[in-house]
Design a protein around this ligand. Sequence first.
Ligand SMILES: CC(C)(COP(=O)(O)OP(=O)(O)OC[C@H]1O[C@@H](n2cnc3c(N)ncnc32)[C@H](O)[C@@H]1OP(=O)(O)O)[C@@H](O)C(=O)NCCC(=O)NCCS
Length: 142
Amino acid sequence: MIDEAVRHAYGVDWQLVRDGTYFVAEDGPMVVGAGGWSYRQTIAGAHGPDDPAADLLDPAHDAARVRAFYVDPQYVRRGVGALLLRVSEEAAREAGFMEAELTSTLPAVPFYAAFGYCPVETFNMQLPNGSVLSLELMNKRL
Ligand SMILES: CC(C)(COP(=O)(O)OP(=O)(O)OC[C@H]1O[C@@H](n2cnc3c(N)ncnc32)[C@H](O)[C@@H]1OP(=O)(O)O)[C@@H](O)C(=O)NCCC(=O)NCCS
């Protein structure tokens, strides 16, 4: 289950890196957290280096995506996620977006809720091996 989730739900989204909308937090030479946002349709899931780019969102009508937040377990509850989220939201706002949405793992719901994200609905992502991952769709006015 963990291998499947890492491969299909939490794998690297290369498009975020290419778009320059993915950030890392460093402590000296170590990367201790990562997270970002997107002006493309994809809201969750891995995206390989050879996959085609997803369609663009329209800031006038669509919500920016907040994507792929991970903090090293040794650095949690020290404000790393908050810093990455603030930088991501600022960049989305500068790009003209007025709303942000994301799909949260259930354990991360309190983190996003602390920054004003509201639960919209819980849904299940079907993984290729048949197991199911529950996620929460959340949104926020920027
Ligand atoms: C979710 C995650 C990114 C949060 O990162 P973090 O650096 O620990 O978050 P912060 O320290 O910036 O937390 C800011 C606030 O969010 C809330 N918060 C964060 N984690 C929380 C938790 N586990 N339970 C309740 N509230 C939480 C708190 O209000 C916290 O402020 P406080 O520590 O002063 O009380 C991190 O726990 C993580 O990587 N989890 C595993 C991966 C994951 O599920 N990512 C989400 C993918 S959608």
